[in-house]
Design a protein around this ligand. Sequence first.
Ligand SMILES: Nc1ncnc2c1ncn2[C@@H]1O[C@H](COP(=O)(O)OP(=O)(O)OP(=O)(O)O)[C@@H](O)[C@H]1O
Length: 295
Amino acid sequence: MIRIHFIVNPIAGHGNAPLTKEELQPYFITNVHDLTVKISEYKAHATQLAQESIAEQADIIVACGGDGTINEVAACLIGTNVALGILPMGSGNGLASNLKIPKNRRKALTIIRERHEECMDVGTINGRYFFSNTGVGFDASLIKNYESSEKRTILGYISACVTTFRDIKKNQPLSITVNGEQPMINPFIILISNSNEMGYKLSLTPKASLQDGKLDVLVIKKINRLKMLWLGFLIIIRKVHWLKESTSFQTTKLQLTRNHESFFDTQIDGEHHELATNILDIAILEKSLCVLTAK
Ligand SMILES: Nc1ncnc2c1ncn2[C@@H]1O[C@H](COP(=O)(O)OP(=O)(O)OP(=O)(O)O)[C@@H](O)[C@H]1O
């Protein structure tokens, strides 16, 4: 029997897609697939459930949610021989989209049933894993505001954007060194991406690949609000490199140092984390997660 454990985040996306074993069973073969469904009850619970599933000898663990749920589940699978399945049920679904895993439930479950594995790169930031992207600056503040809003939708993002723009001047000054080079004062964004999509089909690093053994870094220096609007437009048309204050490069490791404070507000796969340190060490682990994808 192939043991498949589904870990469901009931609040992902619009929070209206609970999943039961009865709903899943018709997509699988009774004598071949042994299904278990577990529901995440609070933030980070999916990690605990995934660890229990590994101990229960699951062959496949399926993260049912968005990038946050994938992060909580996939972080447990590195270094094991358990494959990650993804059932996209989040709001943005950036990683699923990059992996070409459709939102259509039947198609996504077919990928899990067919069990075709590929290995993808995984990013690390001070010992934590990220699968899509991590960053500091505007995107971290935006995620912080998004998490405190009630709406996990594109409208929620827009409203968080407005708040973040409004509060930009209130933020504490940030002086950051990238790889020990010239300090940058209040950079707008430093985004470190493994994936070519952030969700909602938007991308700041369209050339990033999950299998090239490299991280794609986008650094945008301090810009005025008019330029921010221009940047918003460039993001939509996927031409961020047209902004002259932006620099992109690929690397296998990166160090960010904060010069005057001992914490970093970061976003890791779309979730806000305040890290109590003034040094962020970011690196890539080549092809260290096996994920089920379409053939
Ligand atoms: N029962 C729960 N109640 C509240 N929060 C939960 C629960 N289960 C999981 N979470 C948290 O929900 C957060 C959001 O999950 P996730 O990222 O999967 O959805 P999303 O934000 O809608 O999708 P995406 O990241 O693709 O936009 C995660 O931080 C996760 O820890």
